[in-house]
Write a protein that binds this ligand. Structure first.
Ligand code: NAP
Length: 251
């Protein structure tokens, strides 16, 4: 019998892993998405969508679906899902691997101010009105309502549902990867004075950081949260090898 694998996704790495193991007869994977994106990218393996219902719900899912290995490939800022994965896997004895994307490193010519969260980012923008580019999730936008004096341009995959939003906010719906020249053009055309970003790591959304550097713009960088992990994997290939190590031979 192939190894029953749960992949916690919502990232490029999870999609890459799905592509790499699709059709692999040693593995029986299911990719789990939080269900926030109304039109998620099509996937080449089975998917499920929506929360599990906390640690207990995930532990129940692992038992009911006889999951034998979990790969946490969630985003670096999805700390709650990772906390639940560590706890549920410990409770059920299911091995857990965590794909950890390396952080972007500040270069000498970067003008970063690192802050703890989106509320601290709002404060860091200062008292004077500024033109701000927001590269955050829609769940973070309400924090910027605490600094209503600024003009915001927010780029999102999905439009926000919250009612509390900054008053002067324009939304730009787009999904990465983004190109460096396009990012520079956007920041210049919109006369952006400061960028607010998460330290997502990876290449898909790095172009805005390069563009800010090229234009000499400051970046308010929201620090990563503490994200509990199982066996840490630096890349998708290491994850595939880990799964093959757990899979029964001769399937
Ligand atoms: P989170 O705060 O860590 O998780 C909140 C709750 O959402 C979890 O407790 C869980 O609900 C559910 N959930 C999260 N990821 C899930 C998954 N892959 N499958 C099933 N349920 C999931 O996560 P988040 O920051 O809201 O992120 C949600 C999703 O978007 C994740 O899949 C993440 O990889 C992706 N994402 C997040 C960001 C970001 O900046 N946070 C950026 C890009 C992509 P229950 O407790 O009910 O199980």
């Amino acid at each position: 019998m192939p190894l029953r694998v749960l992949i916690l996704g919502g990232t490029i790495e999870a999609s890459t892993l799905a592509r790499k193991i699709a059709g692999d007869t040693r593995l029986a994977p299911v990719l789990s998405l939080a269900g926030r994106t109304t039109k998620p990218r099509p996937q080449p393996i089975a998917t499920r969508s929506g929360g599990f219902g906390g640690i207990e719900g995930l532990a129940r899912f692992l038992r009911n679906d006889k999951i034998e290995a979990v790969v946490d490939a969630t985003h670096p800022y999805a700390d709650q899902m990772s906390t639940h994965a560590v706890a549920a896997c410990r409770e059920t004895g299911v091995p857990l691997a965590s794909l950890v994307r390396a952080e972007w490193q500040r270069r000498a010519d970067d003008r970063w101010q690192v802050v703890a969260d989106a509320f601290a980012a709002a404060t860091a923008l200062g008292a004077e009105p500024r033109r701000v580019f927001l590269s955050l999730g829609r769940q973070d936008l309400h924090a910027l309502a605490t600094a209503p004096q600024h003009h915001y341009l927010a780029r999102l995959i999905e439009l926000p549902e919250q009612t509390v939003l900054p008053p002067d906010l324009r939304l730009l719906q787009a999904r990465g990867p983004f190109d460096r020249a396009d990012e520079e053009r956007l920041l210049r055309d919109e006369r952006i004075e400061i960028v607010v970003s998460k330290n997502a790591g990876g290449s898909a959304t790095y172009a805005k950081i390069e563009a800010a550097r090229a234009l000499g713009l400051p970046v308010v960088m929201i620090a990563r949260p503490h994200k509990p992990a199982g066996v840490t994997m630096a890349d998708v290939d290491a994850c595939v090898a880990w799964l093959h190590g757990l899979a029964p031979r001769g399937v």
